[in-house]
Design a protein around this ligand. Sequence first.
Ligand SMILES: [Zn+2]
Length: 672
Amino acid sequence: MRATRASAPNILLVTLDTTRADHLGAYGYPLARTPTLDLLAREGVLFERALTSAPITLPAHASLLTGAYPFAHGVRNNGTFSLRDDAATLATVLHEHGYRTAAFVSAFVLDRRYGLARGFDVYDDRMPLERSGDQTGSRAIEWLRSVAAAAAKGPPFLLWLHLYDPHDPYTPPERFRDAFPDRPYDGEIAFADDVIGSVLSQVGQLGLESNTIVAVVGDHGESLGEHGESTHAVFVYESTLRVPMILRWPGHVPAGRRVMTPVRGIDLAPTLLELAAAPPLPAAQGASLVSVMRGADAKDARPIYAESYFPLLYMNWAPLRSMQEARWKFIEAPAPELYDLASDSNERVNLFERMPARAADLRRALDQLTGGSAGTMAERRLDRDAAAKLAALGYVSAALPQTPTQSDITRPDPKRMIDVFNTIRTANAALQQGRWDEAADMARHALERDPRNAFAMLVRANANRERGRYRDALDGYRAYLEIVPMSADAHHRMAICHARLGNVEGALKETDAALAIDSRFADAHDLRGGLLAERGQTDEAVRALRTAVDIDPENAAYRIGLARVLTSGRRLDEADDQLRRALQLQPENPDGHAGLGGLLAARGRADAAVEEFERSLRIRPDADDVRLDLARALEAAGRAADARREFERLASAAETPQDIRAAARARLLRRP
Ligand SMILES: [Zn+2]
């Protein structure tokens, strides 16, 4: 079936990361500066109580796009799950229906590898870790302009824009930082609102406003300290489940209506498909809100489910699941909870003991909905690159291969462990920011409370490695591997420790262990190649380094490492090829220029070598090994005085590594 009718609406879907509904002006927050969203609410429908199905970016977005709960689509966490290839989404259905489709996302957690890209003609996810909303917005605007002419008379479009700015750390751009000196989180939301404003004004300028449905929805909220949680992901309280949801389509949905009936994120895709007269999602658990928006009274309250498997998957604690019917909310946990949201919207008074029958009803409803099991687990292997990027974004990198079981309920209760979680999060942040002592200290504190916490073990071992305590780090990785035996990463880090301790054999054993677990682990191949070269096994080293390059051809460092070994093996043409490609990838890579200098020196082209070494030193002046190479090249080029000056500089500077200083002194002594 094709949507050839020119009247079929365009759909602009904006997902706001980490945005609490009660921090928008439209939801009654007096301190907000959200004029765009407030205007959308006046011109469209605002859902007073919209709830996400998981307080975690990837599962929440998978639910928004599939109209299904996480236990059905199987995406239960960031990083280690991806949406199955056969899952229908808003994008696959609309694409099939003739829509042009494009997505512009702002964080690596929504990278195409996690399965949300299917159905999109364009899936713009190229960024280091995250990008600010104005960058994503301007990419979306470019795309809008490129399709605008056709959209007026040709196929309609689905444009999904994801804005990550309100996610912590809260660092709004200057003009929003200055406007919100004490409330940077609100500043981020104001910034996101501003970005939406510029996209909408483009929609207006292109004359598309009247035939474009604008849907804005949050993926989850933010605790901001409530219940002891600073951000999101652990708990399933309203602070992270309740999100903004606003829908505008002039003339088709009522203007200024505020829907009080609680609704779910999974209802949005069915709603949009009905409005677009497109086929429904076959596996949707959500239901269209079209009649609710138009004022029909919802007779029966929709059951509202939410979950977080984050505590189990990352911390080895009990997962949390909640079920809400009308004013009552039940949370399944080792110590179960029951709240009356009508009188206690902040979920402070646990009524579980006082109202056992009510709790039992909701527990039964929960079991009925989920089929009494944890549901589908669409796990994927966490690749290295992903683990590192997720850790840098503040996500813990210790993904435990946990299988949920009925005994989950005997694991530690997240609400009793939240301080441990906060400590580990702070420790991980310290680790990412290079404060090793602090990271190690805090991880130790966490381990005192929760001795078998794998993530805390990993943070402590990494901090010890970073601050040069290699033997402590090795002990830490060994303990970690007892709990997470299949961690190729831990073996790789052990190899680094052994190498720093000068134990090449031990290091090689660990790289082999890492590669036995994950044969596509490029860093481990790269390290193994370097170790083999150190042992003089050049051919084997070249093979290992080539494997790293083959796995990740865009990585300049791998090519430079390979070129060094090729140069020392006198395979100069091959080295040349690798270096040129590395410098195409990263023209200002100091190692690339140093490597090229080494190659030119090996070819006897001393003058050209001098130039490359100098260029490398301009980029990174404190590289004494390169300065030693430069001094030697100057000497070979017949520039004795220049060479002497460099040797003297190396021989006298206290911070020069000892071996380099000794080499420089020896050279000076041999001079006439
Ligand atoms: Zn998120």
